[in-house]
Design a protein. Structure first.
Length: 126
């Protein structure tokens, strides 16, 4: 079964990189990609997503507040927070607001392992 991933990232180049990254994963497809939490909240209901990749630093509503709001609406979705800030305070808040994983940007191997693990798949051996 193909897993559906929704991407919330405000920087266009990073969003395009994440779309390409997810598209390369086995049995995984992108079901939406937006630049703001507000757009994500508007589109997630129709996206049929399994997993949402969420940037913390967003214009308007930040990614952590988005996770809290989205978890209230769609508690069955999985939320993976991406950040350029690998700080414990952000990590604790992310998990307390409902994130299932917290991965620093730029570590594609760790991101791949986290996504595949969250979707119940094992990463291929190196």
């Amino acid at each position: 079964m193909t897993a559906r991933v929704f991407i919330l990232e405000d920087h266009a180049s990073m969003r395009e990189s994440l779309i390409a990254f997810v598209s390369e994963l086995p049995d995984t497809e992108v079901c939406g990609a937006v630049a703001s939490a507000e757009d994500a909240l508007a589109e997630l209901a129709d996206a049929n997503a399994d997993l949402v990749l969420v940037d913390i630093a967003l214009p308007g509503m930040n990614g952590l507040d988005f996770v809290e709001e989205a978890r209230g609406r769609w508690p069955g979705l999985l939320y993976l927070v991406l950040t350029g800030q690998d700080e414990a305070a952000h990590m604790r808040r992310a998990f307390s607001q409902g994130a299932h994983a917290y991965v620093p940007k730029g570590n594609t191997e760790r991101l791949k392992e986290a996504v595949l693990s969250m979707l119940g798949r094992s990463p291929a051996p190196h």
